[in-house]
Write a protein of this length. Structure first.
Length: 366
């Protein structure tokens, strides 16, 4: 008897969840190809066309979080054994799936609801709570996220499966970056990413030791447009301060070849986020022997272990102190690089895939 697994792959080419799908879906296809299980992918035909020779792809163009997607779910999802949503935007209406599985990477939208507008708050509260109550199994990416989901939705712990993400080489064609003496920030600019405090710490770093002005830049991987954090315009802060204007650099959008180059050549990664379900950039930096200074909140101690220096993200002085330490103590940098090499061995996509397969198999045979 042929089993059917349907996967919502509309976010396949996005950052974050896209990388998750890119590392799990092809493995599922390889595994189930000879095991009496048909995989059907919902998503953009052009983005998924390279997988069409192995599986059926059904066009699903409606954007996530939209009202229309909910009505199209009902039309596209035929009778199946498992429907897996890699994000909390599950079908609201009933669909003919024996088992519903959802991955909730974090519950930032519940934990920091005040940072959202009313529409966003209502949507997130409704969908996340609906997801945890409708899904037979909820996958999440850390013990921190598991505890947060449990605390904020009152789901029973036995229905949550923690599966760590993996980390792997971003590119085989790394682009060399000429400068190799900069602090690096990788991530978006939402308020919880806390870039403002990192910039304030960097400003003090430049003021405290003027020699750093000629030697240590601060590189932000991302576009200048839309850099608004909280009540203050970060771009305005940078452009009206002479020290920051001369030393903070924006890369604009970069592909994985260039991102790998920025990681490889960085003096240090700064990761000041106050809320992360997993937090991939520090592990990616470790892949390229780049030491990290990292926020001591949320999932970061769980994921990074003893392979980074920690700071209090709410106190820019704390970030500044770790910038100084990693700049002045070569022994610390060398030790962090060695610990980072060992730490990344604990997070592989192969292990992540095996745990997904184990969960799906348990449902298919139940």
């Amino acid at each position: 008897m042929q089993n059917i697994l349907v996967v919502d792959c509309r976010m396949y080419q996005s950052s974050g969840i896209g990388r998750y799908l890119q590392n799990i879906v092809p493995g599922l296809i390889r595994y189930y190809k000879t095991r009496s299980t048909t995989i059907i992918l919902l998503g953009n035909l052009k983005e998924l066309q390279f997988l069409e020779t192995c599986v059926e792809v059904i066009e699903f163009a409606e954007p996530i979080y939209s009202i229309r997607e909910q009505f199209v779910f009902r039309k596209l999802i035929s009778k199946c054994d498992i429907f897996w949503s890699p994000h909390y935007n599950i079908p609201v209406f009933s669909v003919p799936a024996k088992h519903l599985v959802v991955t909730i990477h974090d519950v930032f939208h519940l934990a920091h609801a005040k940072s959202l507008n009313l529409k966003q708050r209502v949507y997130a509260h409704l969908l996340i709570n609906l997801a945890t109550h409708k899904a037979e199994d909820v996958i999440t990416v850390s013990e921190f996220s598991k505890s947060e989901i449990q605390a904020r939705t009152f789901i029973k712990p036995k229905r949550i499966t923690r599966i760590y993400n993996g980390v792997n080489c971003l590119s085989e064609n790394l682009v060399s970056i000429p400068d190799d003496n900069y602090f690096l920030y990788v991530g978006n600019v939402k308020p919880h990413k806390n870039l403002k405090n990192a910039i304030l710490a960097y400003k003090k770093f430049l003021e405290f030791e003027p020699v750093n002005r000629a030697t240590k830049k601060f590189v932000i991987v991302g576009k200048r447009e839309g850099f608004i954090t909280g009540d203050e315009n970060l771009i305005n802060l940078i452009e009206t301060d002479l020290l920051l204007k001369d030393n903070v650099l924006f890369t604009g959008y970069v592909d994985d070849d260039h991102l790998a180059g920025y990681y490889k050549n960085a003096f240090c990664l700064v990761f000041p986020s106050i809320y992360e379900g997993f937090g991939l950039p520090p592990l990616e930096a470790m892949l390229y022997d780049t030491p990290c200074i990292v926020s001591n909140t949320a999932s970061m101690p769980e994921i990074c272990g003893d392979a980074v220096l920690y700071f209090d993200p709410f106190d820019f002085e704390s970030i500044f102190n770790q910038m100084r330490q990693i700049s002045n103590e070569d022994g610390v940098r060398i030790e962090l690089i060695e610990k980072g090499r060992r730490r990344i061995d604990e997070f592989t996509w192969e292990h992540c895939l095996r745990e997904h397969i184990q969960l799906f198999n348990s449902l298919l045979t139940s």
